[in-house]
Design a protein around this ligand. Structure first.
Ligand code: ADP
Ligand code: MG
Length: 449
């Protein structure tokens, strides 16, 4: 078998077991340099990819090669210094350089989509695998598989990226389909304008003409009754015609406060998938992928430092990388670990990142759509008591505060109230999955916001 044929055979098998995005990221511009005696040499475009392939896919690649040709006993990876021609056929299904290199391209006026968000550059890990798979399936078969599709998760974890990737993918596969991406805030302001200008009918019919409606951050509809009503009509009209609806939110439908029951049950009627926090390996993979996109390279220990210290927000991972890139440009060399630590000091351990009592109470109030003062009040209303107990529980769990302190800070209550609240939430958590989910989301916000 020629080098090319052999590598094609390997890739064909690898491709079966990994996502298209990961495949594109790690196997682009790879190939076999030589087959000598029992050894096969594989070239990779740079040291990141080399290490990644060695560590993550090395065993698998060897197994496949060995199964294809028993004489092969060893595989080694090298960096493609000799400028070997890259196998055209191999990369045919992989996006070309131009696509991976992000120039901030114009946002499409018609669809509101930003072409920089694609499935190809979306890295998959255990934390977002289900959400990605569901979104990808919907994009391949709009309106047919999951409708509506509802993606939820904390700040900076890839919801907008996924939703827009779906839109871009649909346009690519079905150029005739009308796709509309809208942040829920924009939808709301359009409703308000339409009402003011007495154009609600034409607004309605405009909304109902699309084939795919993507509404980002639907938690913004909370409490906006008129907007919810308009959205309900649009939703039904599209749904009945099997038009794909994709939604995102920072929490599951049942945890969105002041959402009309009929809308909630519509949201729950389709597929719901969440995105949680990326694990360490995926954080490193994301950093490496972003380095590749930016055609840059940093010492492994620097990337590992970032991935260890920024855990809960992918946007912040990117932010850290941007700082290092700026340094590199200025100094004509990549920062070493010490320089990186200094550069990232305020990102990694910014004083604002230290969780405070205030932050916890504020976040809980926000989450349940209450004012801080309501949490601190002595109201016995159910919709206030529970959030207050949640705040007390979190103060105990996250800050290890004493019960007298918790009582005092939650509106001058007795320490027995704090003890009771803490116990109540613990007991409740055993019974209620929903409460567990709410706490996860609140914590995500406390730590990533
Ligand atoms: P959210 O809408 O959940 O707040 P975004 O979709 O805006 O988050 O993501 C924040 C940033 O992180 C974006 O620049 C996005 O491209 C990037 N990002 C998020 N998830 C991934 C991923 N799995 N792979 C690559 N980039 C990601
Ligand atoms: Mg977003």
């Amino acid at each position: 078998m020629s080098n090319e044929e052999l590598w094609q055979a390997v890739l064909a098998q690898i491709q079966l077991n990994i996502s298209p995005a990961n495949f594109a990221t790690w196997f682009k511009n790879t190939g076999i340099t030589s087959q000598k005696d029992s050894q096969v040499s594989i070239f990779t475009p740079n040291s990141f990819v080399k290490e990644w392939l060695e560590n993550k896919y090395g065993k698998n690649i060897f197994k496949i090669l060995h199964s294809l040709d028993e004489k092969i006993k060893e595989v080694n990876f090298e960096i493609n210094k000799s400028g070997l021609k890259i196998l055209k056929r191999t990369v045919a299904s992989i996006p070309g350089d131009g696509q991976l290199e992000f120039q901030e391209l114009e946002i499409d006026r018609q669809t509101n989509l930003n072409p920089r968000y694609t499935f190809e550059n979306f890295i998959i890990g255990p934390f977002n695998e289900l959400a990605q798979a569901a979104t990808f399936a919907s994009a391949k078969n709009p309106g047919q598989v999951y409708n509506p599709l509802f993606i939820y998760g904390g700040v900076g974890l890839g919801k907008t990226h996924l939703l827009q990737a779906a839109g871009n993918e649909i346009i690519k596969n079905f150029p005739q389909k009308k796709v509309q991406y809208l942040p829920a805030e924009k939808f709301t302001s359009e409703v308000v304008t339409a009402i003011r200008n007495r154009e609600i009918e034409s607004f309605k019919s405009k909304c109902q003409k699309v084939d795919v409606l993507i509404l980002d951050d639907v938690q913004f509809l909370a409490g906006k009754e008129k907007t919810q009503e308009e959205f309900f009509h649009t939703f039904n009209a599209l749904y009945e015609k099997n038009k794909q609806i994709v939604l995102s939110s920072d929490r599951p439908p049942k945890a969105i406060p002041a959402l009309a029951e009929r809308l909630r049950s519509r949201f729950e009627g389709g597929m719901i998938a969440d995105i949680s926090y990326p694990d360490y390996e995926t954080r490193v993979a994301i950093l490496k992928a972003k380095c590749l996109e930016r055609k840059t390279d940093f010492p492994e220990e620097v990337l590992s430092y970032i991935a260890t210290n920024i855990q809960r927000n992918i946007r912040e991972l990117e932010g850290a990388l941007n700082r290092l890139i700026a340094y590199q440009k200025l100094n004509n060399q990549p920062p070493d670990l010490d320089a990186a630590k200094t550069l990232l000091k305020n990102l990694v351990s910014a004083p604002s990142k230290v969780v405070s009592v205030k932050k916890i109470i504020q976040t809980v109030a926000d989450f349940y759509d209450l004012k801080e003062k309501e949490i601190l009040s002595s109201s016995r209303k159910k919709e206030i008591v529970k959030p207050r107990q949640v705040a007390m529980y979190l103060l105990r769990e996250e800050l290890k505060s004493s019960f007298p302190f918790i009582g005092r800070r939650c509106g001058d209550k007795d320490h027995t109230t704090a003890i009771h609240a803490y116990g109540k939430i613990i007991k409740e958590l055993e019974k209620s999955e929903q409460l567990g989910e709410e706490l996860t989301l609140i914590k995500q916000r406390i730590f990533s916001g």
